[in-house]
Design a protein around this ligand. Structure first.
Ligand SMILES: [Zn+2]
Length: 115
């Protein structure tokens, strides 16, 4: 299922940990709506600006998956409001200066952004 022009629900739900631990990463409609908003307001504009595809390292996490990966309790990942994407030159500053975000964290090799 497409969330926006270039992003799918499948890539937001994919998790190696979930597969390994047989966790069903189940999402509800409100959380899907949040992902759509994140794609439209942050990921698509970022992709457009840099003309580069964006790999989703981690998108939505149900409570069980979030616990399994050691995520913070109440993480925006559990609400469909956060993604982790690779760190690329210019991306962090562009999000900080030009795109809406509730959280923006430099994780070294990746960027955590929430809306
Ligand atoms: Zn994150």
């Amino acid at each position: 299922m497409k969330l926006s022009e270039h992003f799918t629900l499948e890539e937001m739900l994919h998790s190696d940990t979930a597969e390994k631990k047989k966790i069903e990463n189940r999402i509800n409609a409100a959380e899907v709506d949040n992902l759509v908003r994140l794609c439209q307001k942050v990921l698509e504009p970022l992709r457009d600006h840099f003309h580069q595809p964006i790999h989703i390292n981690s998108g939505f996490r149900c409570q069980a998956l979030n616990k399994a990966v050691g995520g913070a309790a109440n993480s925006y990942h559990t609400k469909g409001r956060a993604v982790d994407i690779p760190m690329r030159p210019g991306w962090l500053a562009y999000i900080r200066d030009h795109l809406p975000h509730t959280e923006l964290i430099n994780e070294g090799t990746w960027i955590h952004v929430a809306l």
